[in-house]
Ligand binder design. Structure first.
Ligand SMILES: Cc1ncc(COP(=O)(O)O)c(C=O)c1O
Length: 323
């Protein structure tokens, strides 16, 4: 009988498809299908790297509880891997995230706590501060700490980036990423700086987030928490974000993001998560500015099924004035 793998072995090695039915001007637009990871997002890679490294360092031992602050997907990756490796998981998730993520987390046996979405990083109610408190109050806890843990960008430097490089035969001009922790853009940026410095890292930032201003070295305002896409957009600059790799930044409105994922579904048959709308919209802005053909890669970061009740639901879209 063929070797039957654990789901953990199926993390990464996601395919890339070309978006051939969407007008990308002179460019070729490619999508890395991170929604096809077993926990259904790009964050499975980060969760696996964090857990493997913590096991090696002795930070994670038998009976440990993994604690994390998350927009949901890192929590889902951690909960899945914790389950398969025999750990417990406690997840502190922002209250504006989709209910389906909470159902999914609970189905994997994780304990879920809600944190306010509209409080700043100095507030004790901020989700990261809440997670630190929960970790301190939990025996034998290990806080994954995706916002400071170097295993996060390392996951992308070691897996996501070389996969893109190999899948594109090294011929990639730009990679468009969102920033939640900055792990994706910084890890991939580090790999490409060494292996193909002509590749530009491009930021897709939701309107209201502070990261684009930071890239453009403008004075930082407080975040305006109006963005509705999940997983990207930030109100502080995490340690795992290295701005030096980012060459260009685009801001994307709610209207543009949600219109773009519906276009993605209708033209390419891909049901992407809400952030895919921001990423693909920014990638298309970049593509339409190019005067010559370029190969541009971006991501379907997570699966749209968890957003069927919001991003793909006309009642919700009307309520939010998005159609
Ligand atoms: C849903 C989702 N989560 C996370 C990320 C990336 O976040 P990070 O900056 O934490 O690597 C993305 C990026 O595009 C995303 O779409």
């Amino acid at each position: 009988m063929k070797d039957i793998k654990s789901l953990v072995d199926l993390i990464g090695n996601t395919p890339i498809v070309q978006a051939k039915n969407i007008d990308a001007g002179k460019c070729n637009l490619f999508l890395k299908m991170e929604n096809m990871n077993p926990g259904s997002s790009i964050k499975d890679r980060v969760a696996l790297q964090i857990i493997n490294d913590a096991e090696k360092n002795g930070d994670l031992v038998k009976g440990s509880t993994v604690v994390e602050a998350t927009a949901g997907n890192t929590g889902l990756g951690l909960a899945l891997i914790a389950l398969l490796k025999g750990y417990k998981a406690k997840v502190i998730i922002l209250d504006k995230m989709n209910q389906n993520k909470i159902f999914h987390l609970k189905s994997l046996g994780a304990e879920v706590m809600l944190a306010k979405s509209d409080v700043g990083p100095d507030s004790p109610e901020h989700y990261v501060n809440m997670a630190k408190r929960v970790a301190a109050e939990t025996d034998n806890s290990f806080m994954a700490n995706q916002f400071t843990n170097k295993s996060n960008p390392l996951a992308h430097e070691l897996t996501t980036a070389p996969e893109i490089y190999n899948q594109m035969d090294g011929d990639v001009d730009a990679i468009v990423c969102g920033v939640g922790t900055g792990g994706t853009i910084s890890g991939i940026g580090k790999f490409f700086e060494k292996n193909n410095p002509k590749t530009e890292m491009v930021l897709a930032d939701p309107e209201g987030s502070i990261v684009k201003d930071a890239v453009e070295k403008k004075p930082l305002k407080e975040a305006d928490y109006k963005w509705l896409v999940e997983g990207i957009g930030e109100d502080f600059l995490p340690d795992t974000l290295d701005l030096k790799y980012i060459k260009k930044a685009y801001s994307v409105s709610n209207e543009e993001a949600f219109q773009t994922i519906r276009t993605l579904a209708l033209k390419e048959g891909i049901l992407g998560g809400s952030s895919s709308g921001t990423l693909i919209c920014a990638a298309l802005k970049y593509c339409h500015e190019q005067k010559e053909k370029k190969n541009v890669v971006t991501f379907v970061c997570d699966n749209g099924e968890k957003y069927l009740n919001t991003a793909y639901n006309s009642e919700w879209l009307k309520e939010k004035n998005l159609i």
